[in-house]
Write a protein that binds this ligand. Structure first.
Ligand SMILES: Cc1cc2nc3c(=O)[nH]c(=O)nc-3n(C[C@H](O)[C@H](O)[C@H](O)COP(=O)(O)OP(=O)(O)OC[C@H]3O[C@@H](n4cnc5c(N)ncnc54)[C@H](O)[C@@H]3O)c2cc1C
Length: 383
């Protein structure tokens, strides 16, 4: 019998899952991927776009390129998901499959904070990163603010990297002495899930660069006309250039499907990435995977990639009767850009008990180059 697999989302997890499934399954079995965007960009690359280190053309790939690998690509919006029946509505089309992989990521929701969308640049999207790049290039001194509008967001390093990248850019242009860089964070500490030593190291890096850090500042509203942020604790902050991380939410089709749990994300068995529905898996940012230390597994490409590989092997084993996949292990690696042509490599075991075991190495030029090489290698292999 011929099996069919439907992958929803052509971002990090979806690209890896579809590519691996196509490699592992004999051609008679169908692999279809649904994605609304025509271009794919690796989130990590947005940071290099912001400081003009690379152009979007170098760092984006056509999603339809997957069809060269034998994946059927459907361009469109997933509007409804019926996980019990494994049926999906995409525009006027109804798609069904024997196996369903949900890889729809996290939606950015700046509109949930009054005034925020108009006040600055949402740099977690390609358009927002390009707009911030252009605004930064025009900037001639003044107050820079980087803001996290909620305590949990994908890539917990990225806003800290962005503050340091902005600092580095201002120094290179000789305007740092007439500029300030402040980071207002909803969370109590940088990269908290990685533990107090990593948090302290990142705080130390901010300090050496003269970046003022204001943790536990939950944004309540932004006043774009007055260029001022107002926080729930009563504080307020002026700015000339604002870069923000918008609150995240599971995509509407996922929220309305009955797949989400109390956390607002899709609960899965952390070893297998299975949801509570038969033959339905979820991977990447759309999932909520609690850790014993009380915080969830961070949303990051390093995890979405590994989860997708485990799920592809599990589905291939079910279809072909081969060896079942080993459990997902949550070994993660990332690089924290420090804005001076260097980066600090972080790596660890995020399922470590009772807390994740994570190390952050000293910044080096080699690690900065290693990050760019990882981005290129990822795109060449998976996108
Ligand atoms: C600035 C920045 C820097 C980052 N740096 C790093 C890093 O250094 N290392 C790291 O590991 N991670 C990093 N990340 C995080 C990483 O990009 C994400 O965790 C990763 O992309 C998650 O993969 P995913 O497949 O779950 O979601 P995504 O890659 O976001 O893919 C989801 C896909 O679903 C599509 N979609 C959503 N809804 C629908 C719908 N209704 N219909 C059709 N399509 C839909 C979206 O268009 C998207 O393509 C960074 C992220 C950002 C923003």
């Amino acid at each position: 019998m011929h099996a069919s697999v439907l992958v929803l989302g052509g971002g990090v997890g979806g690209n890896v899952a579809a590519t691996e499934l196509r490699r592992l399954l004999p051609p008679a079995h169908a692999v279809t991927l649904v994605e609304r965007s025509e271009r794919f960009t690796l989130g990590a690359s947005l940071l290099r776009i912001i400081v003009g280190e690379a152009s979007p053309d170098d760092l984006t790939r056509s999603v339809s390129g997957l069809s060269r690998r034998g994946v059927e690509v459907v361009t469109g919006d997933v509007e409804r998901i019926d996980p019990a029946a494994r049926r999906v509505t995409v525009g006027a089309r109804q798609l069904g499959a024997d196996h369903l992989v949900i890889a729809l990521g996290a939606d950015l929701e700046p509109a949930t904070v009054p005034g925020l969308a108009e006040a600055g640049h949402s740099f977690y999207s390609l358009e927002g990163a390009i707009a911030l790049r252009d605004a930064l290039a025009r900037f001639d001194g003044g107050r820079n603010v980087v803001l996290t509008a909620a305590p949990a967001y994908k890539c917990p390093a990225a806003p800290y990297e962005t503050a340091m990248l902005i600092d580095g850019s201002l120094r290179r242009r000789g305007i740092r002495d007439r500029s300030s860089v402040d980071l207002y964070a909803a969370e109590p500490a940088p990269m908290g899930v990685a533990g107090p030593a990593v948090s302290a190291a990142v705080r130390g890096l901010l300090g050496t660069k003269g970046i003022s850090y204001h943790p536990e500042h939950q944004i309540a509203r932004a006043d774009a006309a007055a260029h001022r942020l107002h926080f729930a604790n009563g504080a307020s902050a002026p700015y000339d250039l604002l870069a923000f991380v918008a609150p995240h939410r599971a995509p509407r089709a996922v929220r309305e499907s009955g797949l989400t749990g109390e956390s607002g994300w899709v609960p899965v068995d952390r070893a297998t990435l299975r949801t509570r529905f038969e033959h339905v898996w979820a991977i990447g940012d759309v999932t909520g995977i609690p850790l014993s230390m009380g915080k969830p597994l961070p949303k990051a490409a390093t995890f979405a990639t590994g989860e997708a590989e485990v799920v592809a092997r599990a589905i291939a084993a079910e279809v072909t009767g081969g060896e079942p996949a080993g459990p997902y292990a949550a070994l993660g690696e990332c690089w924290v850009e420090t804005g001076d042509g260097r980066a600090a490599r972080g790596h660890g075991d995020f399922f470590g008990e009772p807390t994740p075991v994570v190390a952050l190495e000293a910044p080096s030029a080699d690690a900065h180059h290693a990050k760019a090489a990882w981005e290129r290698a990822w795109l060449d292999r998976w996108a």
